[in-house]
Design a protein around this ligand. Structure first.
Ligand code: AMP
Ligand code: MG
Length: 406
């Protein structure tokens, strides 16, 4: 048996960051930026009003107050989208809208609320300091400023600033394209009621959804326990995808197709990893493109745990992110047993407890127990040497998905 750390280390040493490509901004959502973006323009691009009001010379309204307003002629309007270069007249002001360019000669905006809202002439009821409610050109970013450094994860806010400085495409690490191949004669398509002896192929659905959460693109294929069709599917996917995940067919039984085909090829190593669940694991680089292949055990809980522990860090690394997955510390709410010599990934539900979290086992812990898995928020990682968790013990938990407050 090999340790969880050793198996993971072997995987991480073998998978590389994908080559960056030019991506459209929305395509790059969740991807890692592979270039430093500097601004070709100032932002704001022109000095503009922060309020709906009147563009004035602050000196003209220095004496204005509620008791003795200053009256100015309104020489016209400037709306957002106005592209003319306007100049403030010597004897008046201009009505201006939020985001509209400030006219030459004006240095302040009096908000409409501090006036009578006049259209031809306006009563200004408060003085305005120079620069009041004005957004100067280049206040946010100047030409040549770094907009985003390489390595930034592109979320909605980062995409917004890229768009604002005029970018439509960026160099980014693309989403890994991952083939999910489930194997088993017993499997039927989700959406069908399984007959006697049949099982719904929930694994490929679960893995595809988990890939989506990680920002990878999934591509599903289901094959029967037939070495010929499995080998053909594998060869096809290895030629096209960035990684392959198989589920099932790696135990010690007859008809364990995945192991039979891949062990013969010699590119994938099969190991027993000191963990529960998820002991039978295989990993290797397949074909001329050296496509990473993860062979996960078929029991649904084992599949999910293996995905979280080995596949997710590898895919994060391929996507140019840190392979580290965040954990939270929780206090065990009750005792439970753990196997000697194996890391236990216990399915737990987390609850807020004071300033921290508490963890309780979520349903049965069998590797086929999907109901318990669905009720869990996290995997409590119990070290190999621990055989009993006691109420009050601190346990490290890997959060699954978004942690909902309760
Ligand atoms: P195997 O590793 O192929 O021997 O499968 C172990 C157990 O997992 C069996 O009970 C299978 O029916 C079940 N199983 C295998 N693949 C899937 C799948 N894609 N979806 C749901 N259960 C599966
Ligand atoms: Mg099987």
């Amino acid at each position: 048996m090999i340790s969880v750390e050793d198996h993971l280390a072997r995987i991480l040493a073998a998978v590389a960051r994908l080559a960056p490509r030019e991506l459209e901004l929305l395509e790059a959502r969740g991807c890692v930026l592979a270039e430093e973006v500097t601004s070709p323009v100032p932002l704001p691009g022109f000095t503009n009003s922060a309020m709906d009001g009147y563009a004035v010379r602050s000196g003209d309204v220095a004496a204005a107050s509620e008791a003795s307003p200053v009256v100015l002629r309104v020489a016209g309007d400037i709306a957002a989208g106005n592209t003319e270069h306007l100049t403030l007249p010597d004897d008046g002001c201009l009505r201006i809208m939020t985001g509209a360019p400030m006219p030459e000669g004006a240095d302040a905006v009096v908000p409409v609320e501090q006036t009578d809202g006049g259209v031809d002439r306006v009563e200004i009821r408060e003085a305005a300091g120079a620069g009041q409610h004005v957004r100067p050109a280049g206040d946010d970013l100047q030409v040549g400023d770094t907009v985003l450094p390489a390595g930034t994860v592109l979320g909605p806010r980062q995409l917004a600033v890229l768009a604002a400085v005029g970018r439509g495409r960026v160099e980014a690490v693309p989403r890994p394209r991952v083939a999910v191949i489930s194997t088993g004669d017993e499997l039927v398509e989700p959406g069908t009621v399984p007959g006697f002896g049949q099982v719904v192929d929930s694994n490929s659905l679960m893995v595809a959804a988990a890939l989506g959460e990680l920002g990878a693109d999934a591509h599903q294929a289901r094959v029967r326990d037939d070495t010929g069709s499995f080998a053909a599917t594998l060869a096809r996917e290895a030629a096209e995808c960035d990684a392959i995940i198989t589920t099932g067919g790696v135990s010690m039984g007859a008809y364990d197709t995945v192991k039979e085909v891949l062990a013969a090829g010699g590119e994938v190593t099969f190991d027993r990893v000191a963990m529960q669940p998820g002991k039978p694991q295989g990993f290797g680089l397949l074909g001329p493109r050296r496509c990473p292949v993860f062979t996960l055990p078929g029991n649904p809980v084992s599949t999910l745990v293996s995905f979280e522990v080995f596949v997710a860090p590898a895919l994060r690394q391929m996507a140019g992110r840190s392979s580290e997955v965040p954990t939270v510390e929780a206090v065990a709410e009750h005792d439970w047993t753990a196997p000697e010599g194996k890391v236990q990934f216990a399915r737990v539900s987390l609850r807020r407890s004071g300033t921290g979290w508490s963890a309780a086992l979520a349903g049965g812990q069998g590797s086929y127990v999907l109901g318990g898995l669905a009720a869990a928020d996290a995997l409590a990682v119990i070290p190999a040497e621990v055989t009993r968790v006691h109420a009050g013990d601190r346990v490290q938990c890997r959060v699954l998905g978004d942690l909902e407050e309760r």
